[in-house]
Design a protein around this ligand. Structure first.
Ligand code: CU
Length: 133
């Protein structure tokens, strides 16, 4: 078995050309990549509906609409493994229990405008405020 020196030089030169070409291609690729990303985010419609609202519970915290219209239907989605509730502090305005692991529940916002603090009956450190206006 012998190695042909000329063949080795050719292979090294070809590899160098491929590497140089690869650098050039990736450079232009980086310049073009922001365009599809910005187009995708621009096409995503903003949530303009005031009647379909979701409070998402994640990492023992409430994320979701702070203010809703009177009598709005509100969906609660629990992305934690644990069950939670959305319970108004006055104990009367609303009380929704939702199962962990992606469970959902629904409740109707109060019809009287105002500020409605709520909490989770299982976890006393979880608090949120729903504003009806
Ligand atoms: Cu909880």
């Amino acid at each position: 078995m012998r190695t042909n020196p000329k063949a080795m030089i050719f292979i090294v030169a070809a590899a160098a050309l491929i590497a140089a070409g690869g650098c050039g291609a990736s450079g232009t690729g980086q310049g073009a990549s922001p365009n599809p990303a910005s187009a995708a985010s621009a096409s995503a419609p903003p949530s303009g509906s005031s009647e379909q609202l979701t409070i998402t519970i994640k990492d023992f915290g409430y994320q979701g609409p702070v203010s809703v219209s009177p009598g709005a239907k509100i969906t609660v989605k629990d992305e934690d493994a644990q069950a939670h509730t959305v319970t108004s502090d006055d104990g009367k305005a609303f009380d929704a229990a939702v199962a962990g692991g992606g469970g959902t529940a629904e409740f109707t916002a109060p019809t009287a405008p105002g500020s409605y603090p709520y909490h989770c009956t299982y976890h006393s450190n979880m608090h949120g405020i729903l504003v009806v206006k």
